[in-house]
Design a protein around this ligand. Structure first.
Ligand code: NAD
Ligand code: IPM
Ligand code: MN
Length: 361
Protein backbone atom coordinates (compact mmCIF):
# COMPACT_ATOMS: atom_id res chain seq x y z
CA UNK A 1 0.00 0.00 0.00
CA UNK A 2 1.18 3.53 -0.75
CA UNK A 3 1.69 5.12 2.67
CA UNK A 4 2.11 8.66 1.32
CA UNK A 5 -0.52 11.02 2.65
CA UNK A 6 -3.24 12.07 0.25
CA UNK A 7 -3.72 15.52 1.78
CA UNK A 8 -1.26 18.37 1.36
CA UNK A 9 1.07 17.03 4.07
CA UNK A 10 4.32 15.68 2.67
CA UNK A 11 6.15 12.82 4.31
CA UNK A 12 9.91 13.25 4.58
CA UNK A 13 12.43 10.62 5.68
CA UNK A 14 15.36 12.18 7.55
CA UNK A 15 18.69 10.32 7.60
CA UNK A 16 21.35 12.45 9.36
CA UNK A 17 24.03 9.73 8.90
CA UNK A 18 27.53 10.26 10.29
CA UNK A 19 29.89 12.96 11.55
CA UNK A 20 28.74 16.51 10.85
CA UNK A 21 25.66 15.10 9.10
CA UNK A 22 24.29 14.63 12.63
CA UNK A 23 24.93 18.32 13.39
CA UNK A 24 23.86 20.08 10.19
CA UNK A 25 20.65 18.12 9.63
CA UNK A 26 19.09 19.19 12.97
CA UNK A 27 19.68 22.81 11.90
CA UNK A 28 17.99 22.16 8.55
CA UNK A 29 15.09 20.51 10.39
CA UNK A 30 14.72 23.52 12.73
CA UNK A 31 14.45 25.72 9.67
CA UNK A 32 11.89 23.44 7.97
CA UNK A 33 9.83 23.47 11.17
CA UNK A 34 10.04 27.27 11.41
CA UNK A 35 8.70 27.47 7.85
CA UNK A 36 5.41 25.94 9.09
CA UNK A 37 4.96 23.93 5.90
CA UNK A 38 2.85 20.76 6.25
CA UNK A 39 5.70 18.28 6.44
CA UNK A 40 5.78 15.15 8.55
CA UNK A 41 9.32 13.98 9.44
CA UNK A 42 10.39 10.41 10.22
CA UNK A 43 13.94 9.68 11.37
CA UNK A 44 16.11 6.77 10.22
CA UNK A 45 19.27 5.71 12.08
CA UNK A 46 21.14 4.42 9.03
CA UNK A 47 24.86 5.13 9.33
CA UNK A 48 28.09 4.01 10.99
CA UNK A 49 26.70 3.66 14.55
CA UNK A 50 23.96 1.32 13.39
CA UNK A 51 26.38 -0.62 11.19
CA UNK A 52 28.87 -1.05 14.03
CA UNK A 53 26.07 -2.11 16.40
CA UNK A 54 24.31 -4.74 14.28
CA UNK A 55 26.04 -4.86 10.86
CA UNK A 56 23.00 -3.38 9.14
CA UNK A 57 23.71 -0.89 6.38
CA UNK A 58 20.25 -0.76 4.79
CA UNK A 59 17.49 -2.81 6.46
CA UNK A 60 15.60 -5.32 4.32
CA UNK A 61 13.08 -3.44 2.15
CA UNK A 62 14.71 -0.14 3.25
CA UNK A 63 14.71 1.46 -0.20
CA UNK A 64 11.26 0.07 -1.05
CA UNK A 65 9.93 1.61 2.18
CA UNK A 66 11.44 4.98 1.32
CA UNK A 67 9.92 4.92 -2.16
CA UNK A 68 6.52 3.72 -1.03
CA UNK A 69 6.02 5.73 2.14
CA UNK A 70 7.82 9.02 1.58
CA UNK A 71 7.61 12.03 -0.71
CA UNK A 72 11.27 13.00 -0.22
CA UNK A 73 14.40 12.09 1.75
CA UNK A 74 16.71 14.51 3.57
CA UNK A 75 20.20 13.13 4.10
CA UNK A 76 23.28 14.40 6.00
CA UNK A 77 26.48 12.56 5.08
CA UNK A 78 28.09 9.14 5.46
CA UNK A 79 31.67 8.22 6.26
CA UNK A 80 33.28 7.25 9.56
CA UNK A 81 36.90 6.37 10.31
CA UNK A 82 35.69 3.42 12.43
CA UNK A 83 34.48 1.82 9.17
CA UNK A 84 37.60 2.01 6.99
CA UNK A 85 35.93 0.23 4.07
CA UNK A 86 33.14 2.83 4.09
CA UNK A 87 30.86 -0.04 3.09
CA UNK A 88 27.87 1.46 4.88
CA UNK A 89 28.30 4.77 3.02
CA UNK A 90 28.48 2.96 -0.29
CA UNK A 91 25.44 0.80 0.41
CA UNK A 92 23.31 3.61 1.82
CA UNK A 93 24.25 6.63 -0.29
CA UNK A 94 25.10 5.03 -3.61
CA UNK A 95 22.35 2.50 -2.85
CA UNK A 96 19.74 5.25 -2.74
CA UNK A 97 21.04 6.87 -5.91
CA UNK A 98 21.28 3.62 -7.86
CA UNK A 99 18.48 1.45 -6.50
CA UNK A 100 15.95 4.27 -6.32
CA UNK A 101 17.15 5.31 -9.81
CA UNK A 102 17.74 8.96 -8.88
CA UNK A 103 19.44 9.69 -12.15
CA UNK A 104 19.87 13.47 -12.07
CA UNK A 105 22.07 14.99 -9.38
CA UNK A 106 21.27 18.70 -9.45
CA UNK A 107 23.96 20.87 -7.84
CA UNK A 108 23.34 24.63 -7.95
CA UNK A 109 26.43 26.83 -7.73
CA UNK A 110 25.50 30.26 -6.47
CA UNK A 111 27.63 32.92 -4.80
CA UNK A 112 25.67 34.64 -2.03
CA UNK A 113 28.24 37.31 -1.20
CA UNK A 114 31.40 38.49 -2.96
CA UNK A 115 33.40 37.98 0.25
CA UNK A 116 32.90 34.19 0.00
CA UNK A 117 34.56 33.79 -3.39
CA UNK A 118 38.34 33.27 -3.50
CA UNK A 119 38.47 34.85 -6.98
CA UNK A 120 39.11 38.57 -7.45
CA UNK A 121 36.21 40.75 -8.56
CA UNK A 122 33.56 38.02 -8.74
CA UNK A 123 30.15 39.25 -7.60
CA UNK A 124 27.02 37.22 -6.82
CA UNK A 125 25.59 38.10 -10.26
CA UNK A 126 28.65 36.48 -11.85
CA UNK A 127 28.28 33.06 -10.26
CA UNK A 128 24.92 31.42 -10.71
CA UNK A 129 25.15 28.17 -12.60
CA UNK A 130 23.89 24.62 -12.13
CA UNK A 131 25.68 21.31 -12.62
CA UNK A 132 23.54 18.32 -13.56
CA UNK A 133 25.50 15.18 -12.87
CA UNK A 134 24.54 11.75 -14.19
CA UNK A 135 23.98 9.80 -10.98
CA UNK A 136 23.43 6.12 -11.77
CA UNK A 137 26.20 5.08 -14.17
CA UNK A 138 29.82 5.76 -15.11
CA UNK A 139 32.73 4.49 -13.06
CA UNK A 140 30.48 4.43 -9.98
CA UNK A 141 28.70 1.29 -11.21
CA UNK A 142 31.24 -0.99 -9.53
CA UNK A 143 31.87 -3.02 -12.63
CA UNK A 144 35.35 -4.47 -12.82
CA UNK A 145 37.60 -6.49 -10.61
CA UNK A 146 41.04 -7.20 -9.27
CA UNK A 147 43.27 -9.90 -10.66
CA UNK A 148 46.43 -11.27 -9.00
CA UNK A 149 45.86 -9.02 -6.00
CA UNK A 150 48.90 -8.34 -3.85
CA UNK A 151 51.39 -9.47 -6.48
CA UNK A 152 53.58 -7.36 -8.75
CA UNK A 153 51.34 -8.48 -11.62
CA UNK A 154 48.20 -7.07 -10.03
CA UNK A 155 45.54 -5.77 -12.44
CA UNK A 156 42.69 -3.48 -11.38
CA UNK A 157 39.83 -2.82 -13.79
CA UNK A 158 37.17 -0.17 -13.12
CA UNK A 159 34.79 0.08 -16.00
CA UNK A 160 33.02 3.23 -17.16
CA UNK A 161 29.45 2.25 -17.99
CA UNK A 162 27.46 4.61 -20.23
CA UNK A 163 24.11 3.43 -21.55
CA UNK A 164 22.14 5.08 -24.29
CA UNK A 165 19.13 5.26 -21.97
CA UNK A 166 21.14 6.69 -19.06
CA UNK A 167 22.92 9.32 -21.13
CA UNK A 168 19.78 10.33 -23.00
CA UNK A 169 17.58 10.76 -19.93
CA UNK A 170 20.05 12.95 -18.02
CA UNK A 171 20.73 15.10 -21.08
CA UNK A 172 16.99 15.49 -21.66
CA UNK A 173 16.56 16.34 -17.97
CA UNK A 174 19.21 19.05 -18.36
CA UNK A 175 17.50 20.58 -21.42
CA UNK A 176 14.18 20.54 -19.55
CA UNK A 177 15.86 22.07 -16.48
CA UNK A 178 17.30 24.82 -18.67
CA UNK A 179 13.89 25.44 -20.24
CA UNK A 180 11.98 25.72 -16.94
CA UNK A 181 14.36 27.33 -14.47
CA UNK A 182 15.57 30.87 -14.08
CA UNK A 183 18.65 32.42 -12.53
CA UNK A 184 18.37 34.14 -9.15
CA UNK A 185 18.05 37.50 -10.95
CA UNK A 186 14.96 36.25 -12.80
CA UNK A 187 16.56 35.92 -16.25
CA UNK A 188 16.04 32.77 -18.30
CA UNK A 189 18.60 30.01 -18.48
CA UNK A 190 19.62 29.81 -22.13
CA UNK A 191 22.75 27.69 -22.48
CA UNK A 192 23.55 24.05 -21.80
CA UNK A 193 27.16 22.93 -21.80
CA UNK A 194 28.01 19.25 -22.08
CA UNK A 195 31.32 18.38 -20.41
CA UNK A 196 33.20 15.20 -21.31
CA UNK A 197 36.60 13.81 -22.21
CA UNK A 198 35.67 12.59 -25.67
CA UNK A 199 39.14 13.32 -27.04
CA UNK A 200 40.56 10.47 -24.96
CA UNK A 201 37.53 8.42 -23.89
CA UNK A 202 36.23 8.02 -27.40
CA UNK A 203 33.54 5.35 -26.95
CA UNK A 204 31.78 6.90 -23.99
CA UNK A 205 32.44 10.45 -25.14
CA UNK A 206 31.19 9.62 -28.62
CA UNK A 207 27.89 8.42 -27.19
CA UNK A 208 27.52 11.59 -25.08
CA UNK A 209 28.35 13.76 -28.13
CA UNK A 210 25.82 12.08 -30.40
CA UNK A 211 23.04 12.03 -27.84
CA UNK A 212 23.64 15.67 -26.87
CA UNK A 213 23.28 16.69 -30.51
CA UNK A 214 20.19 14.58 -31.10
CA UNK A 215 18.32 15.61 -27.95
CA UNK A 216 19.41 19.24 -28.36
CA UNK A 217 17.71 19.43 -31.77
CA UNK A 218 14.35 19.50 -29.97
CA UNK A 219 15.38 22.57 -27.93
CA UNK A 220 16.29 25.26 -30.50
CA UNK A 221 15.90 28.00 -27.87
CA UNK A 222 18.79 26.54 -25.83
CA UNK A 223 22.33 27.17 -27.05
CA UNK A 224 24.38 23.95 -26.97
CA UNK A 225 28.00 24.22 -25.85
CA UNK A 226 30.81 21.77 -25.14
CA UNK A 227 34.07 21.67 -23.15
CA UNK A 228 36.54 18.98 -22.27
CA UNK A 229 36.60 18.54 -18.52
CA UNK A 230 40.16 19.82 -18.12
CA UNK A 231 39.45 23.04 -20.02
CA UNK A 232 36.27 23.47 -18.01
CA UNK A 233 38.24 23.36 -14.74
CA UNK A 234 40.55 26.11 -16.00
CA UNK A 235 37.62 28.22 -17.19
CA UNK A 236 35.77 27.75 -13.92
CA UNK A 237 38.54 29.50 -12.02
CA UNK A 238 39.47 31.96 -14.81
CA UNK A 239 35.97 33.17 -15.65
CA UNK A 240 33.04 31.42 -13.96
CA UNK A 241 30.65 34.06 -15.35
CA UNK A 242 30.40 32.11 -18.61
CA UNK A 243 28.54 29.09 -17.18
CA UNK A 244 24.78 28.62 -17.14
CA UNK A 245 23.83 24.90 -16.97
CA UNK A 246 26.38 22.08 -17.25
CA UNK A 247 25.56 18.39 -17.83
CA UNK A 248 28.20 15.74 -17.33
CA UNK A 249 28.90 12.20 -16.23
CA UNK A 250 29.02 10.87 -12.68
CA UNK A 251 32.71 11.25 -11.91
CA UNK A 252 33.33 14.55 -13.69
CA UNK A 253 30.21 15.87 -11.96
CA UNK A 254 31.61 14.88 -8.57
CA UNK A 255 34.92 16.60 -9.20
CA UNK A 256 33.69 19.81 -10.82
CA UNK A 257 31.09 20.37 -8.09
CA UNK A 258 33.79 20.21 -5.41
CA UNK A 259 35.73 22.80 -7.42
CA UNK A 260 32.58 24.87 -7.85
CA UNK A 261 31.85 24.63 -4.11
CA UNK A 262 35.22 26.28 -3.55
CA UNK A 263 33.99 29.27 -5.56
CA UNK A 264 30.82 29.51 -3.44
CA UNK A 265 32.67 29.71 -0.14
CA UNK A 266 33.52 26.06 0.40
CA UNK A 267 31.79 22.73 0.75
CA UNK A 268 29.76 24.01 3.69
CA UNK A 269 27.72 26.22 1.33
CA UNK A 270 26.76 23.73 -1.39
CA UNK A 271 23.36 22.04 -1.77
CA UNK A 272 22.12 19.22 -3.96
CA UNK A 273 19.15 17.12 -5.01
CA UNK A 274 19.16 13.57 -6.38
CA UNK A 275 16.13 13.56 -8.62
CA UNK A 276 14.01 11.19 -10.66
CA UNK A 277 10.95 13.18 -11.75
CA UNK A 278 7.82 11.55 -10.33
CA UNK A 279 9.70 9.31 -7.89
CA UNK A 280 10.76 9.84 -4.28
CA UNK A 281 13.86 12.03 -4.55
CA UNK A 282 16.73 12.56 -2.10
CA UNK A 283 18.31 15.83 -0.99
CA UNK A 284 21.74 16.18 0.66
CA UNK A 285 24.43 18.81 1.12
CA UNK A 286 27.39 18.27 -1.22
CA UNK A 287 29.87 17.92 1.63
CA UNK A 288 30.83 14.75 3.48
CA UNK A 289 30.91 13.79 7.15
CA UNK A 290 34.10 15.84 7.85
CA UNK A 291 35.28 13.65 10.76
CA UNK A 292 37.78 16.23 12.11
CA UNK A 293 34.97 18.78 12.56
CA UNK A 294 32.42 16.39 14.06
CA UNK A 295 31.15 17.02 17.59
CA UNK A 296 32.62 20.53 17.82
CA UNK A 297 29.64 22.66 16.76
CA UNK A 298 31.77 24.26 14.02
CA UNK A 299 30.31 22.71 10.84
CA UNK A 300 28.63 25.14 8.48
CA UNK A 301 24.93 24.21 8.28
CA UNK A 302 24.12 26.48 5.27
CA UNK A 303 24.60 23.71 2.68
CA UNK A 304 22.13 21.55 4.60
CA UNK A 305 19.71 24.45 5.11
CA UNK A 306 19.83 25.39 1.40
CA UNK A 307 19.34 21.68 0.62
CA UNK A 308 16.16 21.68 2.71
CA UNK A 309 14.98 24.71 0.69
CA UNK A 310 15.62 22.77 -2.54
CA UNK A 311 13.61 19.88 -1.11
CA UNK A 312 10.70 22.11 -0.10
CA UNK A 313 10.64 23.71 -3.57
CA UNK A 314 10.58 20.21 -5.09
CA UNK A 315 7.66 19.29 -2.81
CA UNK A 316 5.68 22.30 -4.03
CA UNK A 317 6.49 24.80 -1.27
CA UNK A 318 8.31 27.33 -3.44
CA UNK A 319 7.30 30.24 -1.26
CA UNK A 320 8.79 28.70 1.91
CA UNK A 321 11.92 27.73 -0.04
CA UNK A 322 12.36 31.31 -1.26
CA UNK A 323 12.06 32.62 2.29
CA UNK A 324 14.70 30.19 3.57
CA UNK A 325 17.08 31.21 0.78
CA UNK A 326 16.49 34.88 1.60
CA UNK A 327 17.20 34.22 5.30
CA UNK A 328 20.46 32.41 4.46
CA UNK A 329 21.46 35.28 2.17
CA UNK A 330 20.84 37.77 4.97
CA UNK A 331 22.82 35.65 7.47
CA UNK A 332 25.75 35.58 5.05
CA UNK A 333 25.54 39.36 4.47
CA UNK A 334 25.53 40.00 8.22
CA UNK A 335 28.26 37.37 8.84
CA UNK A 336 25.97 35.37 11.11
CA UNK A 337 27.91 32.34 9.96
CA UNK A 338 30.45 29.72 10.99
CA UNK A 339 34.20 30.38 10.78
CA UNK A 340 34.80 28.67 7.42
CA UNK A 341 32.83 31.51 5.78
CA UNK A 342 34.15 34.33 7.90
CA UNK A 343 31.77 34.42 10.88
CA UNK A 344 32.19 33.46 14.50
CA UNK A 345 29.01 31.52 15.29
CA UNK A 346 28.63 27.82 16.02
CA UNK A 347 26.53 25.40 13.94
CA UNK A 348 23.63 25.70 16.37
CA UNK A 349 23.72 29.46 16.57
CA UNK A 350 23.64 29.82 12.79
CA UNK A 351 20.52 27.63 12.67
CA UNK A 352 18.96 29.67 15.47
CA UNK A 353 19.71 32.94 13.66
CA UNK A 354 18.10 31.69 10.43
CA UNK A 355 15.04 30.51 12.38
CA UNK A 356 14.71 33.88 14.18
CA UNK A 357 15.04 35.74 10.91
CA UNK A 358 12.35 33.57 9.30
CA UNK A 359 10.01 34.18 12.25
CA UNK A 360 10.55 37.96 12.01
CA UNK A 361 10.02 37.95 8.26
P1 NAD B 1 34.32 16.42 3.47
O1 NAD B 1 33.31 17.12 2.62
O2 NAD B 1 33.80 15.72 4.66
O3 NAD B 1 35.42 17.49 3.93
C1 NAD B 1 36.27 18.14 3.00
C2 NAD B 1 36.76 19.49 3.56
O4 NAD B 1 35.68 20.42 3.62
C3 NAD B 1 37.30 19.37 4.99
O5 NAD B 1 38.35 20.30 5.12
C4 NAD B 1 36.12 19.80 5.83
O6 NAD B 1 36.51 20.32 7.06
C5 NAD B 1 35.44 20.84 4.94
N1 NAD B 1 33.97 20.84 5.13
C6 NAD B 1 33.10 19.96 4.63
N2 NAD B 1 31.86 20.24 5.05
C7 NAD B 1 31.95 21.34 5.82
C8 NAD B 1 31.01 22.11 6.54
N3 NAD B 1 29.71 21.81 6.53
N4 NAD B 1 31.46 23.16 7.26
C9 NAD B 1 32.76 23.48 7.26
N5 NAD B 1 33.69 22.81 6.59
C10 NAD B 1 33.30 21.73 5.88
O7 NAD B 1 35.10 15.44 2.50
P2 NAD B 1 36.27 14.38 2.84
O8 NAD B 1 37.12 14.88 3.94
O9 NAD B 1 36.85 14.07 1.53
O10 NAD B 1 35.50 13.08 3.34
C11 NAD B 1 35.18 12.77 4.70
C12 NAD B 1 34.24 11.58 4.70
O11 NAD B 1 32.98 11.95 4.14
C13 NAD B 1 34.74 10.39 3.88
O12 NAD B 1 34.36 9.22 4.52
C14 NAD B 1 34.01 10.54 2.57
O13 NAD B 1 33.87 9.33 1.86
C15 NAD B 1 32.68 11.06 3.05
N6 NAD B 1 31.88 11.81 2.06
C16 NAD B 1 30.55 11.60 2.11
C17 NAD B 1 29.72 12.34 1.28
C18 NAD B 1 28.25 12.11 1.36
O14 NAD B 1 27.79 11.38 2.23
N7 NAD B 1 27.47 12.71 0.50
C19 NAD B 1 30.27 13.31 0.43
C20 NAD B 1 31.64 13.50 0.42
C21 NAD B 1 32.46 12.76 1.25
C1 IPM C 1 29.35 13.18 -3.25
C2 IPM C 1 30.36 12.26 -2.61
C3 IPM C 1 30.13 10.83 -3.05
C4 IPM C 1 30.28 10.78 -4.55
C5 IPM C 1 31.04 9.80 -2.36
C6 IPM C 1 30.89 9.85 -0.86
C7 IPM C 1 30.82 8.42 -2.86
O1 IPM C 1 31.65 12.69 -2.88
O2 IPM C 1 28.15 13.03 -2.98
O3 IPM C 1 29.74 14.07 -4.02
O4 IPM C 1 31.38 10.65 -5.08
O5 IPM C 1 29.27 10.89 -5.22
MN1 MN D 1 31.73 14.59 -3.95
Amino acid sequence: MDGKKKDQTKKVAVIPGDGIGKEVIPEAVKVIEASTVPVDLTYFDWGADRYLADKTTVPTDGFATLSREFDAILVGAFGDPRVPSNIHAKEILLGMRFKMDLYANVRPVRLLDASLCPLKGVEPKDLDFVVIRENTEGVYVDSGGIFKQGTTDEVAVQEDINTRKGVERVIRFAFEYCSHNKKADGTARKRLLMCDKSNAMTYAGGLWQRVFKEVGAAYPQIKCEHMYVGALCTQMVRDPRQFDVIVTNNMFGDIITDLAAGLQGGLGMAASGNIHPGKTSMFEPVHGSAPPLAGKNVANPMGAILTSAMMLAHLGFADAAGKIEAAVLEAVRQKKTTQDVGGSLGTNEVGDWVVQHLRKA
